[in-house]
Design a protein around this ligand. Structure first.
Ligand SMILES: Nc1ncnc2c1ncn2[C@@H]1O[C@H](COP(=O)(O)OP(=O)(O)O)[C@@H](O)[C@H]1O
Ligand SMILES: [Mg+2]
Length: 264
């Protein structure tokens, strides 16, 4: 069964300059909490994995941090200020980048046009954002005139990330980046997220089903189950603790073999 006290492989207390900080946060739908008492933080330059079985509450957590769902209890801050409910636009302006589960691309528009839709700020901000996105995701360069609908799944995901990057976010949340993608593609995409954090100082919160691959790029990870955080720790340490990972997923689903093995 699910434990109520998170197991930890290490102490991971938040620092002062956290980009995202959840403290005892609960949120859900129509006033009914589905995630409860979450303590979580993401610091600059960190890649933090948010893991857990389907229905655990990962998307709900991201939607709350983006201001799309109401904080029902506890607190959620982004860049030191409370999340503004109902105004994802203001949250984006503050520096929140959110790549949603469905990627939200415009399939009939070209790669370049999709990227333009993500631009914000002054002309110089826009130029910097654009250059930065293409430096971090150079595979998009030869695809600029292609319609997004004609890209491969991996290319679409890169475009979705690039469209968030052009806005010069300080923190980036990516929900199920690998949904529908072959493991070999995920293996190429996840190091890009690591590189984004290393090169720019952006803090990345990554929801991922490929547990092992996520833990190879993540500094830290949280596992959610039944709306609660049931395990947290250093990525490299958790990667070697299959026992803890399995226990954290138990009660809901059997951990698929390929999810925790290196060569999937
Ligand atoms: N729009 C919604 N209204 C009511 N309940 C929802 C809604 N979306 C998700 N839920 C419920 O919230 C719980 C967590 O869902 P979700 O955050 O999508 O999980 P995950 O992303 O970890 O798969 C699930 O029990 C799900 O059924
Ligand atoms: Mg989800």
């Amino acid at each position: 069964m699910t434990t109520t006290t998170p197991t930890s492989t290490s102490t991971s207390t938040s620092t002062n300059g956290a980009l995202i900080e959840l403290s005892g946060m609960s949120s859900g739908y129509a006033g009914v909490p589905v995630v409860r008492d979450l303590d979580l933080h993401v610091d600059p330059g960190e890649v933090v994995a948010l893991l857990g079985p389907n229905g655990a509450g990962k998307t709900t957590t991201l939607l709350t941090v983006s201001g799309l769902l109401k904080v029902l209890d506890g607190s959620a801050t982004v860049l030191g200020e409370p999340v503004i409910f109902g105004s994802p636009h203001k949250m984006a302006k503050r520096g929140m980048g959110h790549v949603p589960e469905d990627r939200s691309l415009f399939f009939s528009l070209t790669v370049a046009e999709n990227l333009k839709l993500g631009l914000r700020g002054s002309r110089q901000d826009q130029r910097e954002g654009y250059d930065r996105a293409l430096t971090l995701l150079p595979a998009l360069r030869p695809l600029m005139d292609r319609r997004a609908g004609l890209l491969s799944g991996g290319e679409q995901q890169m475009l979705a990330v690039a469209r968030a990057i052009v806005a010069n976010p300080k923190v980036l949340m990516v929900d199920e980046m690998s949904l529908g993608l072959a493991p070999i593609i995920v293996e190429r995409l996840l190091p890009i997220m690591r590189n984004i954090a290393d090169e720019t100082g952006i803090g990345v919160l990554l929801v991922e089903q490929h547990i092992h691959m996520a833990l190879t790029v993540a500094d830290r990870a949280y596992v959610m189950n039944h709306g609660e955080i049931v395990l947290e720790g250093i990525g490299a340490e958790l990667a070697g603790r299959r026992d803890l990972l399995e226990a954290s997923y138990l009660g809901d689903t059997v951990l698929p073999e390929e999810a925790v093995t290196a060569d999937v």
